[in-house]
Design a binder for this molecule. Structure first.
Ligand SMILES: C[S@@+](CC[C@H](N)C(=O)[O-])C[C@H]1O[C@@H](n2cnc3c(N)ncnc32)[C@H](O)[C@@H]1O
Length: 256
């Protein structure tokens, strides 16, 4: 997978939240009428999208308490998440449980500590790229779902060098696992990235690689590698002389 090109939900965040809203809209579609919802974020990063989803859950189900397991191996990200929690109002109904570990470490930990506990909602947003075996990871986390729970997976949706929702769909179809599939369309004009010294191009490269001043600091061979990947037909196409980067995301809502 290319650097950090897919690292944030950027303009698609509202669509994710709308989708999430419709998934939790049905009173009984999550939680089955219980007074505590068990939620889990896997690879939550700094918790930005997690807290937005939890805020919507609050709006839809104002009297429900939430037990929120956070699985995140990065100390920095967990720190950011905790700071965000400490500065966000109205989170008293949520009990945060911090698990500084990878998804596979968490699997071992969970089987020892909580073998019977079931989850109402689990999300894996832009994280399956980082695990060795995405299918085994989906299988394990799906096995934690309550009978009316949901597993939300967001990944790039089309041909790419990393795992896509297409790969996960093939796996789910083979196993006969029910799911719903949505597309979040997004394209980005990255033409300026290919003009050396162009200010807009440099900012775009910073955004795509998630590295500040990438053009100034990256070694020449890395810069060339990134530009080659961006230009590759799997990542972009030429339209009226402009280079258009395909940044579409796929969303899968997997049933237990
Ligand atoms: C691209 S970020 C996505 C963050 C957040 N979900 C979002 O969409 O804004 C991927 C996150 O997955 C975490 N991660 C990396 N490897 C992981 C693993 N093996 N198990 C769980 N999380 C992992 C990273 O630390 C990072 O915070």
């Amino acid at each position: 997978m290319m650097g950090g090109a897919y690292h944030c939900l950027d303009v698609r965040r509202p669509s994710v939240l709308l989708l999430w809203q419709s998934e939790i809209g049905e009173k009984r579609s999550i939680g089955g009428g219980r007074s505590v919802f068990n939620v889990m974020g896997v690879g939550s990063g700094g918790g930005e999208i997690d807290l937005e989803m939890l805020a919507q859950l609050r709006l839809k189900h104002p009297h429900v308490k939430v037990d929120n397991e956070v699985v995140e191996p990065s100390v920095d990200m967990l720190h950011k998440y905790k700071v965000r929690v400490s500065t966000t109002p109205d989170l008293d109904h949520i009990n945060f449980k911090w698990n500084k570990m990878t998804a596979s470490e968490f699997e071992k930990h969970w089987q020892e500590k909580n073998p019977g506990k079931k989850m109402d909602f689990i999300h894996m947003i832009q994280m399956l790229y980082y695990v060795k075996d995405p299918e085994a990871t989906v299988t394990f986390f799906r096995s934690l779902l309550h009978k009316d729970g949901k597993l939300l997976i967001i990944l790039v949706s089309e041909i790419s060098q990393c795992v896509t929702t297409g790969d996960i769909k093939t796996f789910l179809d083979t196993e006969g696992i029910p799911y719903r599939n949505y597309e979040l369309l997004s394209q980005m004009d990255i033409t300026e990235c290919f003009t050396e010294g162009d200010q807009v191009g440099e900012l775009l490269l910073d955004f795509l690689t998630e590295v500040m001043e990438f053009s100034k600091n990256a070694p020449e061979d890395l810069k060339k590698g990134v530009l080659d990947i961006l230009r590759h037909p799997e990542c972009s196409k030429e339209v009226d002389g402009r280079i258009i980067f395909n940044n579409n995301l796929g969303v899968l809502v997997v049933e237990p």
